[in-house]
Design a binder for this molecule. Sequence first.
Ligand code: 5AD
Ligand code: SF4
Length: 361
Amino acid sequence: MTKKIESILNQEEFTKSDLIQLMKIEDKEDLELLFKKAYEIKSKYVGRKVYYRGLIEISNRCIKNCNYCGIRRDNKKVERFSMSKDEIMKSVKWIYENNYASLALQSGERQDKEFVDFIEDLIKEIKTLSNGKLGITLSLGEQSKETYQRWFDAGAHRYLLRIESTNLDIYNKLHPMDNKHTFEVRKRCLEYLREIGYQVGTGVMIGLPNQTEEDLVNDILFYKEMDIDMIGMGPYILHRDTPLGKEWENVVRSEEKRVELGLKMIAITRILLKDVNIAATTALQGLDPNGREKGLLAGANILMPTATALEHKGKYLLYDNKPGIKDSVEKAKEDMDKKVKSIGDEIVYGAWGDSLHFKNK
Ligand code: 5AD
Ligand code: SF4
């Protein structure tokens, strides 16, 4: 087997069937070869550099009802919170003072006027506080083109909106239809973001029941076709108070297999797309204490340490056993610094670390 994988990895171009073969690798030596190749490509195209995005989870209120997510609208067990502007600005200041240079605002989805105005003001305030120096990524779900434009004009320049899965059967299983939560709408949102001029990020959940290796390759081909600049993806993790958390308890692949698939996704995405930004996500670490470092070694170059205030962290639970919810932001930073250095990557402070793919266009 190793010779075959070696020869695929030495090619300049890959067919879909090559990519599926890579996605199906199970042999440990072959996996090492795959990760090594991805790390080589990362070194060559984006450098052995890691950029931080300080993540602030500003609210767990959500109008959507995704069947996998712990903060879905119908989960009545969740204590809902929305951070005040002052609270958010405190985290922003911490991120700025710790020289992260970029932050990401994430929350459940809301489309009402109050929320849209609030975010617009917040973006302006962040820009003012940092003299325009903090790069702002938004991860606030599906919005109208006008809203995306307003937030862009206020100073946000990157947007993450995961496509979750490009297999339509899976997409529809993940998302109830009651609030027009369709694949088409989500894809159109990605197109709006591109037209407006954002650096556009997307991603999928990995290791969902009935998701095949071919589906995952199709997800990567979707990133390519949509000319995506940034990728954030991670293994699916059960949440017990969700419809799918119950239904899938006994059919989901083992945690180890989901981590392995997650790492293969990172590696193959890096090998195919080369100069994009790829995050090693918290979900990866949720299933493996060393998940994020393994992600960096498989080709990721972005980490998103949470800077959410400790009192709210425990309420932003998209899945069970979310790591780090008892850690202070300082501890999260220390841990991460050590881990990144231990694998020999350099942490770059004070620079935006924009997607080179976006710049190279
Ligand atoms: N497991 C893994 N990822 C999840 N997300 C939401 N719920 C889960 C889960 N149970 C991810 C989705 C969403 C992002 C904010 O978090 O991909 O887009
Ligand atoms: Fe809301 Fe996002 Fe969770 Fe869906 S995945 S329920 S949109 S927070």
